[in-house]
Design a protein around this ligand. Structure first.
Ligand code: GDP
Length: 443
């Protein structure tokens, strides 16, 4: 018996309309208690019915449109209803409250989608694609998430899983009946095709991980980090002054570069001086933290005193020499950096020279690192599962060639476990809790 849950499907705030969703066994019963209409929604499934929601004293709360979806042909696979009411802060909330008083309970984040998953309407990869679609910040991200939602990742994973189960059965049969000569050939053929499928998929995914794309600008105070970020963002994000050390907090700007949603982070700069004030020390600590979490680092130095980046991150920074409008200084050669003439490395935030090219360089580096902006969005967890499948299949392939069938069978089991993680088969409840807690309420 599925409890009936209720939530607003639209955010609070001023809007023309709002949507309230209900799902569960008592959907029809609840509608009968709170909605009056000439045509009865439950007798006219999947049709929009005009009606009114009334309060306990019989007074009208709102004129609405109601659609009833009987199970299993609904988003959740259960009886569901959607009520379209007037927008604004209060009307939809009043309807939700009325439903709760009548017997529904407030839905948890992602609970509608979780029910869809648990009722077999969608696999986990599709459920996760829905959250990516809702969170998409660019059109390219929408395209990638839509493809994942339609099953590009899930269907491929199911296909691979089927092949692995078949391969496992053949290997196990060979262990029991070793005189079947064509087994190795069939198994190796299947494994090769799985390897091709995963390699092909790898070129079509977008891996931003769970931290998003943070591009962190660091460098000595006053080299023009804030000015460069302002020039790239095309608006004033950071305060620019002649006074060194004006940026103390990590200021950030969300921009779209080539379909990628990128957060440009301005730091307080790189200060090694031990005689820093308390505020400066804290600023330097925040800057270092940002550097450690960055997807990409840009070391900004200036034409008048070019310096190489300090060595404190595993990431190789893109070295950008700013103030190209000024003359090159006579700097001591040990400290100077090679002023590379590659376009985009030599820029002037003041005149704009080289900035467009720098943007292109950033886009290229991020695409190289994460994959195309319109690729299938892959979380760290999903990437880990895909890597497990790939590694295990490669190992199994070697073992079959070496006639180590028992070990090959174990590898294939590992690979099957990887597909299970992607599809959500036999996944532990706390893993599912974590995944669905990222959803908004009402989805
Ligand atoms: P930050 O401390 O590294 O963030 O540096 P700012 O962006 O605050 O800039 C420090 C100073 O350098 C300001 O006076 C800017 O106007 C100046 N500046 C920034 N970029 C350029 C540039 O490309 N050319 C010149 N001539 N001055 C610049």
């Amino acid at each position: 018996m599925a409890e009936t849950i209720v939530a607003r499907g639209t955010p609070s705030g001023r809007s023309a309309i709002a949507v309230v969703r209900i799902s569960g066994n008592d959907c029809a019963g609840l509608l009968a208690k709170i909605c009056r209409s000439k045509n009865i929604p439950t007798e006219n499934p999947r049709k929009m019915i005009c009606g009114e929601i009334f309060d306990e004293d019989g007074s009208t709360i709102d004129d609405v449109l109601v659609v009833y979806f009987p199970e299993p042909h609904s988003y959740t696979g259960q009886d569901m209803a959607e009520i379209q009411c007037h927008g604004g802060q209060t009307v939809s909330l009043a309807i939700v409250e009325r439903l709760i008083k009548t017997g529904a309970r407030p839905a948890l984040p992602g609970e509608f989608t979780r029910r869809a998953f648990e009722n077999g309407k969608i696999d986990l990869s599709k459920a996760e694609a829905i959250i990516r679609l809702i969170d998409a910040e660019t059109k390219e991200q929408v395209k990638g998430a839509s493809r994942a939602m339609k099953g590009e990742l899930g269907d491929l994973t199911s296909e691979i899983r089927e092949k692995l189960i078949f391969v496992l059965s053949r290997i196990e049969a060979s262990i029991d009946f070793p005189d079947e000569p064509e087994t190795a050939e069939i198994v190796l053929g299947n494994l090769a095709s799985i390897i091709d499928q995963i390699e092909d998929l790898d070129a079509r995914v977008h891996r931003t991980g769970d931290q998003g794309s943070q591009v962190v600008f660091y460098g000595k105070p006053n080299v023009g980090k804030s000015s460069l970020i302002n020039a790239i963002a095309g608006r004033s994000v950071s305060i620019v002054t002649d006074e060194p050390g004006t940026t103390r907090d990590a200021v950030s700007a969300q921009v779209t570069l080539g379909g990628l949603s990128v957060c440009l982070v301005d730091t307080a700069g790189h200060q090694e001086d031990l005689a820093l004030s308390q505020v400066d020390k804290e600023a330097a600590r925040v800057a270092k933290e940002k550097v450690e979490n960055a997807a990409m680092l840009i070391w900004v130095t200036q034409m008048t005193a070019p310096e190489p980046p300090p060595d404190f991150s595993d990431l190789t920074p893109l070295v950008v020499v700013n103030k190209s409008d000024l003359a090159v200084a006579n700097v001591d050669s040990e400290k100077s950096v090679q002023i590379e003439n590659e376009e985009g490395r030599l820029v002037s935030a003041k005149t704009g020279a080289g900035v467009a090219k720098l943007i292109e360089l950033i886009q290229n580096r991020l695409t190289e690192k994460f994959g195309p902006a319109d690729g299938l969005p892959i979380s760290t967890r999903q990437k880990h599962s895909l890597d497990t499948i790939y590694r295990s299949v490669k190992l199994a392939d070697q073992r079959i060639c070496n006639k180590q069938l028992e070990l090959a069978a174990e590898d294939i089991q590992m690979a099957i476990a990887g597909t299970n993680e992607l599809l959500g088969v036999d996944l532990e409840v706390d893993v599912l809790d974590k995944i669905f807690s990222e959803f908004c309420i009402g989805k």
